[in-house]
Design a protein around this ligand. Structure first.
Ligand code: BDR
Ligand code: CA
Length: 315
């Protein structure tokens, strides 16, 4: 019997790579049912991430999906943004029309809480692609929902690659380390896509050409986004393309066999100025701290791009 699609909430701060994650989910209805999209402040402020989320839905022909605005700042700190990577709008590159679909009135955190209470326990997966503020707030405001989450599959952190926003920390965790700490200690089963894996899925020329060759609006916009986004990391790392971080989360839900990692303890640094937001990952098992996450380390990169391209071509 075919399995019913997995129900997810995407929590996001688009971001070109977030856009690929959303589109991969929309192109995979047999695998994934998107219950809603919650925007968070991250790559750019909330006013832009909620707008960008709606623009992506419309591009993918999914203006029926509910988009909510969540938190506009981290729990305890000033918002740090990443316009240097994603451009002023967060989605720089191709120009897209302003969205006409509405933003939901309900606060995104309330939507997360209400959905987890409404759906049967253990049937909703949370997919955070930005700072973990909304998820942490939901867990703080409604501790009863924590045990109802099926799994959290998130993009964030790094071990071997260490940091991208500071020498020690990855952006999503660095922006709201207190929220990350709360989520990593929540007891919910965690799957983590760190830079160690996302730096292996690079938008090489051939892969971007495959997007363009679709001959669709989604294909053209995807190629233009990849072209814009990759410049920053290619210069920084001298790599063959930009890392497509966030869609690894959705790809894992569809084809977990593309990925491998270790179930280990991961703690978040919240005190040190120098290493704030570092994901201290016990990859080598040198402590007896409790294992709290599947920390992914490797990916079949071509398998990932084959899946992504096939699903984007459906939109
Ligand atoms: C993460 O930070 C953001 O810039 C990307 O969208 C991704 O979620 C990578 O560090
Ligand atoms: Ca993101």
């Amino acid at each position: 019997m075919p399995q019913s699609p997995r129900k997810i909430i995407i929590d996001t701060d688009p971001g070109q790579d977030d856009a690929f994650a959303l589109m991969l989910a929309f192109g995979s209805p047999e695998d994934i049912e998107v219950l809603g999209i919650v925007a968070v402040a991250g790559n750019v402020p909330l006013a832009l991430t909620q707008k960008n989320s709606r623009m992506i839905c419309e591009l993918a022909g999914r203006s029926d999906v509910k988009v909510f605005a969540g938190c506009d700042r981290p729990m305890k700190r000033k918002l740090v943004t990443a316009e240097h990577v994603h451009g002023k709008t967060g989605l720089d590159g191709p120009s897209l029309p302003d969205p006409v679909m509405p933003l939901q009135d309900q606060h995104g955190v309330e939507f997360i809480i209400e959905t987890l209470r409404r759906e049967p326990a253990g049937t909703v997966t949370l997919c955070p692609l930005g700072p973990l503020t909304n998820i942490a707030q939901a867990f703080l405001q409604a501790p009863d929902v924590v045990g109802r989450v099926q799994e959290i599959v998130l993009m964030g952190g790094a071990y071997f690659e260490v940091g991208n926003i500071t020498p020690a920390a990855e952006f999503n965790i660095y922006v709201d380390p207190e929220a990350a700490e709360l989520v990593f200690r929540s007891g919910v089963p965690l799957v983590v896509m760190p830079l160690d894996v996302t730096h292996k899925v690079l938008t090489t020329k051939a892969r971007v050409q495959a997007f363009r060759a679709m001959g669709t609006e989604v294909g053209r916009v995807s190629a233009d986004w990849a072209d814009f986004f990759e410049r920053f990391d290619m210069e920084k790392y001298g790599s063959d393309g930009g890392p497509l971080h966030d869609p690894t989360v959705v790809a894992y839900l569809i084809k977990p066999e593309l990925f491998s990692g270790r179930v280990i303890n991961v703690e978040i640094e919240t005190q040190s100025e120098l290493t704030l937001g570092m994901t201290v990952a016990d990859w080598w098992g040198v402590t007896d701290r409790p294992k709290n996450a599947l920390f992914v380390g490797d990916v079949d990169a071509q398998g990932f791009f084959d899946l992504l391209t096939e699903r984007l071509a459906r939109l």
